[in-house]
Design a protein around this ligand. Structure first.
Ligand SMILES: [Fe+2]
Length: 368
């Protein structure tokens, strides 16, 4: 801050002889001086910006607008400019009241040059400190604004990276799902339909978005463990023997192991492990029961079985719409979680499903 520059003092005084005395004093101290005859004139000068004072000498008693009336307006307009009140001898109380109202100091008229100099020096020091503080605050506000912009832009970049990552994860999941379907010729489109149907159930049950996302991955990849099952067992026409059944029942464990190696799929891995558990505890691989079954797995269990019954498999042809609906109702509370079955039918998802199946069949017909 340049403290050697010439200072400007605004003298607000109605008495002409006093104006001359003070103006002369300013000249002697090598300060620039501006004069206003009353509070109103002073405010006009300050508001127009014609005068930018480093300190103001403000008489208390003046016509039109007194010093006491002008003081709060000046303080509001220029909060860092110190105001020194000029009081008449014997009017100290008014001077003190003005200080309480925000004046920096007061001088009793007539004051010696030395007293005026002393008061002004103090006022200028105060003014310099206040200006420095204001400058610091301006810089800090600017820095804060810059930081906010940086954070916002980093957040945006992170969001873009996250979107890309999600896209890659989804592509990976679909590629894996295709690998399963390539092994099992009867399950074409099954994984995608189970994902679609599970997602509809989850949304109807108002699961949070993050859970829906993991539910979709788990549903799409629920049979990923079949990668580890020999083709001869997967595509066997006719019933499986005890040993073969044991092997095929390993697929939820293998699937969960595969997915748990990827951090992003850890939540989905738990759902995959339990997609063949039953509400009555007679499922596999862990024979968990009721509410202890992973809640995403309960949804996938219904979607998986529903789609399996409604489409043809190696060992049987598809059931009719009525038969599938009847079977699901029959297995409410034994194989399936009652609340999942209830939500499924209440939302009419059975009809929605068969409409989709019909549309897919029509598309196939059109292509051939
Ligand atoms: Fe399965």
């Amino acid at each position: 801050m340049d403290t050697d520059r010439k200072r400007t003092v605004l003298v607000v005084e109605d008495d002409v002889s006093m104006q001359k005395v003070l103006s002369l004093s300013m000249q002697k101290m090598d300060h620039k001086c501006a004069i206003a005859k009353n509070g109103r004139e002073a405010l006009d000068l300050l508001e127009s910006g014609d005068v930018a004072p480093d300190a103001i000498l403000l008489d208390i008693r003046m016509p039109i607008m007194s010093g006491l009336a002008a003081l709060p307006k000046i303080r509001a307009l220029l909060p860092t400019v110190p105001v020194i009140m000029l009081t008449a001898f014997g009017d100290l109380e008014t001077g003190l009241a003005a200080m309480k109202a925000g004046a920096f100091d007061y001088l009793v008229k007539p004051s010696s040059l030395e007293k005026i100099r002393e008061a002004l020096e103090k006022a200028f020091s105060y003014r310099d400190i206040m200006e420095m503080k204001a400058e610091e605050e301006r810089k800090m506000a600017q820095r804060r604004l810059e930081l906010e912009k940086q954070v916002e832009s980093s957040y945006q970049e992170l969001g873009d990276v996250y979107k890309k990552l999600k896209k890659i994860n989804l592509q990976t999941a679909y590629a894996l799902a295709e690998t399963i379907e390539a092994k099992d010729r009867y399950t074409q489109g099954h994984c995608e339909r189970v994902r679609w149907l599970s997602s509809l159930i989850g949304k109807t049950m108002r699961l949070p978005d993050e859970e829906i996302e993991q539910l979709e991955y788990a549903a799409l990849l629920h049979d990923i463990g079949k990668i580890g099952i020999p083709d001869s067992i997967l595509n066997k026409e006719g019933p499986l023997d005890e040993k073969e059944r044991h092997i095929i029942r390993m697929h939820p464990i293998i699937g969960a192991q595969i997915l748990s190696t990827v951090e992003f799929f850890k939540r989905a891995a738990a759902a995959v492990r339990h997609h063949h558990e039953r509400w009555d505890g007679k499922g596999y691989p862990d024979r968990v029961e009721g509410e202890h079954i992973d809640h995403l797995a309960r949804i996938i269990a219904l979607a998986d079985t529903f789609d399996a019954m409604a489409t043809s498999r190696a060992y049987r042809t598809a059931l009719s719409f009525g038969e599938v609906v009847q079977e699901i109702h029959r297995m409410r509370g034994t194989q399936f979680a009652p609340d999942v079955v209830d939500v499924f039918f209440a939302a009419g998802l059975d009809t929605t499903y068969f409409k989709k199946l019909q549309e897919e069949a029509d598309k196939k017909k059109d292509k051939s």
